[in-house]
Every structure is written in C-alpha cells, then in structure tokens.
Design a protein around this ligand. Structure first.
Ligand SMILES: Cc1ncc(COP(=O)(O)O)c(C=O)c1O
Length: 407
C-alpha cells in the first residue's frame, strides 16, 4: 500500500526510542489498566486534577453556562466567527483594567477553542518553511510541536538555574542567540514549567532585542492570575512600543478550572488578527456560545473568587515545595507562579525519562519528564502539577519518597 498519511501530520508523532518510548508505553498501559479516580491506583501529576473538587468551575460560572442554554436564540448557533461582541468588549475592558494595554474589541480580539487553538492559528498565519522561532528552555512543550508542524524551526535559548533551584530568564543568553533571522519569539509568563515571573527589566530586555532584530513576540499569559507572594504579572503588550509587535493569549483553563469549556482568546494587531480569524473560520467557524458566556461570567466575576482559587493553589505549592526539598538528591524551586514545581533530580538520575520510568514502574506515580520542556536546562527535572486535592498530593509525595529510598 502507498503511504497515505501526509509528511506534515507525521511531524506530530515523532519516532521516540529508549526511555522516552518506555515512558509513553507505561503511561498508556497504566491509564488503561487502573481507574484514575482510585487514589490507591495510578496517580497522575502531569496536569491539573480538573473536575475534582476543589478544581471545578465555580457555581456562578456553571450557572452562566446553564442560563445560556435555557435561553436559546439565533446567537446560540451563529455567533460571529470572532466571538460575541459583548464578550470581546468584556475582554478589552479587562485588558485595559488589569493588563495595562488598550484593545479594540472589533479589530483585535479573536475568541478561540482553548488557547491551544490560538497558538496553532498564530504559527500557521505567521510562519513560512524554515522561519526561526525563539523559545526559552524551559517553556511550554506544546510550542515545539506546533512550530514544527507550521514549517518553522524552534531555536532554544537557556534560562539560568540558580542555587535555589529556580530557573530564571537570562537576557544575555537570549541576546547571544537572537538574530535578524528570527521571526517570532514565544514564551509563557509566568513560566510553565519553571514558575518564573518576568520582571519589568526582563520584559524591557526582550523588547529591546525584539526591536533590534525585528521579530514578533507571542506572549502566553495563560497563568497570569496564578501568582504568589505579592509577585506582579506584567503583560508584554503593556511595555511601551510593544503592542504592535505582540500577540497575546489568555484563557481560563488554569486558575479558573474551566478546562471543560475549551475557550480562550488571542489579542493581536489587526494586520495579524484578520488572518487568524480567516483560519478560525476555515477550521471550525466559531467557538461555542455556551463557553463564550461562561468566559464572560469569569471575566466579570468579583475578585474574591480569583483570590480564593489562588489561595488553594498557594497552599498546595507550599506543601509540595517543602516536601520535595526534604528528599535527598532533589532541589526544588519555590515557584513564583503557575501550578507546577520543577524539581531538579540530577543527583539521583540525570535523565528525566529514566527517572520518570522509575516513578511509574515502582511507585505508580506519573510526573512529566523535564526533557519535554527543553533540550538542556530542563533535562534532569520533572514537572509536577500541584493543582490536585491535598490527600492525593500527600499520597503522591509519599510514593515519590518511597521510590527514592529504593534507588
Ligand atoms: C502555557 C500553556 N499555553 C497554552 C495551553 C493550552 O491551554 P488551553 O487550550 O486549555 O487554554 C497550556 C495547557 O496546559 C499551557 O500550559
């Protein structure tokens, strides 16, 4: 038979071997074999424990979606491709109020199905084959695959890892790798998986390098509300002169626990946004009305709900950070933001896939191998998501300690 699948789609399933393949195989077998609801069985800390209290959408959000369903109208089916104007206006007001930059709701906002779709549409609109994209190491694992699928070439630059175990932005390292060949830089702030929050100086350094080399910046602000200890999240688009160079994405899948609505949005200058909208129209025409109404309810909610959710995350962070640091051979950062710790286990095992396989085989506990987040700095780490109920966190930590004892 001919090979029927496209070369393009095969980019999304790279051939993996060795401990990476073993990790994937073990994880899928365990997912199939053991009831994930059973806390004594296989425990996953790769992602948030969505749908399990306290990581459910709040009652006022669920009510908004139910009300939208109770009162169907023509809008219910046919919202504009960009999304309901009232929701885009709420987004524009929020950006001005909370993020310090102005947005035209008619020309600069596109509502998407999760922010993942915004990432895909942006790279598809911007990249030609061979275009280079600067991505920090560590950063969100989703970027590399989508950039490659869109024909681009990811170019990574290292964060520096300090003795406190925190990986931090390093302007000099970025400057060294940046060149006029770069078309786009992509980064999360707060950083997934390292939990670092960019300071104003960091963002100004990125702005200077972007201007000098004339590239665009993709600012992923998905974790903007998950910030701790009085740290401040600053949107890159609010840095003077940068709005016209910036594509910003924001969503509700993290602090908000609204994964089930699959909704997010992208803000970009009109010259770019119009192409993103064309692509959304071609791929799935529009996002769901119910989810758009839930998004609107979230944007307009009183601040106390966000504070409550952030406090739940902070307590979990404090617990896992302390416990990881009690393990011999592990150095764990105290993340400034996000729902992840990124412990360094190089002293126990320099390979993140090998160590992740040990944890799966011996402890029935799954963490995400650091290698997924970058080629060098990230190796020798695991990403552990602490958006999980306390009893599961305690059991997870107990198992990790037990595996460590055996090694
Ligand atoms: C940094 C980052 N961006 C984007 C996404 C996609 O999120 P969603 O499509 O649920 O909004 C994720 C998911 O984990 C993420 O961590």
């Amino acid at each position: 038979m001919k090979k029927f699948t496209s070369d393009r789609v095969n980019i999304l399933s790279p051939v993996i071997s060795g401990s990476a393949a073993r990790f994937d195989e073990l994880r899928s077998t365990m997912r199939r074999a053991i009831d994930p609801q059973d806390a004594t069985g296989f425990l996953e800390f790769g992602n948030a424990d969505a749908g399990r209290d306290p990581f459910n959408p709040d009652a006022h959000i669920r009510k908004a979606a139910l009300e939208a369903m109770e009162h169907p109208g023509k809008d219910l089916v046919y919202t504009p491709t960009q999304g309901l104007l009232e929701v885009r206006k709420a987004i524009a007001d929020k950006c001005e109020r909370e993020n310090g930059f102005e947005v035209d709701p008619r020309k600069e906002v596109q509502i998407t199905v999760g922010t993942q779709m915004a990432i895909f549409c942006t790279t598809q609109c911007l990249l030609n084959p061979g275009d280079k994209v600067l991505i920090p190491d560590p950063d969100y694992s989703g970027y590399q695959r989508i950039v490659k699928y869109s024909g681009g070439v990811p170019v990574s630059f290292p964060f520096r890892e300090d003795p406190d175990g925190q990986t931090r932005f390093d302007a000099e390292a970025m400057e060294k790798i940046a060149s006029p060949d770069i078309k786009l830089m992509m980064f999360t702030n707060p950083n997934n998986p390292g939990g670092y929050i960019m300071k104003r100086d960091d963002l100004e350094a990125i702005a200077e390098i972007a201007e000098k080399n004339d590239f665009l910046v993709f600012a992923d602000d998905l974790y903007e509300k998950l910030v701790y200890d009085g740290h401040e999240h600053i949107s890159f688009a609010s840095i003077p002169g940068m709005k016209d160079r910036t594509i910003t994405i924001m969503g509700v899948s993290k602090t908000e626990s609204m994964q089930m609505f699959r909704i997010g949005y992208v803000i970009a200058p009109q010259r770019i946004l119009q192409h993103i909208t064309k692509l959304v129209s071609a791929i799935l025409i529009r996002s769901s009305y119910l989810s758009q109404k839930a998004l609107q309810a979230f944007i307009n909610e009183p601040k106390k709900y966000r504070d409550m959710r952030r406090d739940i995350h902070r307590k979990a962070r404090d617990y896992v950070w302390k416990e990881f640091n009690k393990i011999d051979g592990i150095r764990c950062n105290k993340p400034m933001g996000t729902s992840y710790v990124f412990p360094n286990h190089r002293e126990i095992n320099p390979s993140s896939y090998d160590f992740a396989v040990n944890l799966l085989e011996k402890g029935l506990v799954q963490l995400n191998p650091g290698r997924q987040y970058g080629p060098e700095v990230s190796e020798g780490h695991q990403r552990f998501c602490f958006a999980s109920p306390m009893d599961r966190l305690e059991e997870g930590i107990r198992r990790i300690k037990a595996v460590r004892e055996e090694l």
